[in-house]
Write a new protein. Structure first.
Length: 337
């Protein structure tokens, strides 16, 4: 069991129940989620000792978040209380060829107003082996930009393994703002979740030759990423081919020591909820790295974890290591290649 810290916002998620547009709905279903909270829950369900650092309001929604974290055995010692409100997001679930839509209502949330002085990073990082944060956190406010950089620097000073998922959200900031910030963060990152679009549109890399196979393009982007930031030791991403709102294929990619490892292609025939699939994958990669899994096993595990997440409602991956391994081994996600 390793001590892990994640830092980020958790929100109330309100989703439409049927194939309605939000403005038509007269009932909404409640869940709670946020990228780094999702990773925390996943790693905790994999048996690690996870601390989620965030801030929630002192009201019934804050109580609900705290109880959920505790129910998933995530430590809440650094879940600060106060501020105005819990951020909310509304989710219209995609149907057929129509993709899902997210509407944020998170301005002035308790977390986005968090100030650096409210956190004692020396205390938070005591005995920690892994720190994870994503691009959503620095997108939320100037304070959180500073805190994310400070936390990554501090974690590195203390010899903690650091993980950063680009998680670019166009509704939160422009590509240019994201680029300026993320380029400052990457020198302090060991493990990075970065897709092809992140490489081109956030890091400004020249597009790979169109005629190359997709995995060759990825090798090109990842080799460049490591040339730019030699501190990055592990990179992960998925190829998703969305066939319809209820079916997609998923293949995981993992790059380390100059080699690209790819999982089999899972076809997920009955998608219940895609949200959090990327966080489930990132948590799977982190689990594999902490366990020193051989790279082929690691990428099979992370991809199976993500595929499995698509079969449950809500943002969290709630499966245990054994369940993920069984799913990966028996191809319950239907391995198509
Ligand atoms: O990766 C899933 C997240 O996008 C979801 O949980 C909500 O954190 C969230 C966000 O800011 O969009």
């Amino acid at each position: 069991m390793k001590k892990i810290v994640t830092l980020g916002e958790i929100m109330l998620r309100l989703s439409v129940n049927n194939s309605e547009k939000l403005f038509q709905a007269d009932q909404l279903t409640m869940h709670y989620g946020g990228a780094e909270a999702n990773v925390a829950v996943s790693l905790s369900n994999f048996g690690h000792d996870v601390y989620f650092v965030s801030k929630i309001p002192e009201n019934p929604l804050g109580i609900a978040v705290e109880r959920q974290m505790k129910a998933n055995s995530v430590h809440t010692d650094y879940l600060m209380k106060g501020g105005e409100r819990l951020g909310t997001y509304y989710l219209e679930i995609g149907v057929g060829q129509r993709s899902s839509q997210v509407t944020y209502d998170r301005k002035y949330s308790s977390f986005s107003m968090l100030r650096t002085e409210e956190i004692n990073l020396d205390e938070v990082f005591s005995g920690v082996e892994l720190f994870h944060v994503s691009g959503i956190t620095p997108a939320l406010s100037q304070n959180l930009k500073e805190l994310t950089l400070l936390a990554l620097k501090k974690a590195k000073e203390k010899g903690i393994l650091t993980s950063f998922d680009f998680n670019y959200r166009a509704k939160l900031w422009s590509q240019q703002e994201a680029a300026e910030t993320i380029k400052e963060l990457l020198p302090f990152v060991d493990i990075c979740s970065c897709g092809e679009l992140d490489a081109v549109y956030i890091l400004g890399m020249d597009q790979a030759d169109h005629s190359l196979p997709r995995e060759e393009k990825l090798r090109y982007y990842y080799s460049k990423l490591i040339e730019m930031y030699p501190n990055i030791r592990y990179i992960g991403s998925t190829f998703r081919n969305i066939i319809s709102a209820s079916t997609n294929t998923l293949q995981g990619n993992y790059f380390t020591e100059g080699e690209l490892y790819q999982s089999k292609v899972f076809q997920i025939d009955h998608i219940v909820d895609r949200v959090g699939g990327g966080d489930a994958f990132a948590a799977g990669i982190l689990y594999g790295i902490l366990e020193n899994m051989p790279s082929e096993e690691l990428i099979a595990f992370a991809t199976a974890a993500s595929a499995l997440k698509h079969t449950v409602h809500g943002d969290y991956n709630v499966f245990s290591v054994d369940e993920v391994v069984t799913f990966a081994n028996n191809g319950a996600g239907k391995i198509v290649r």
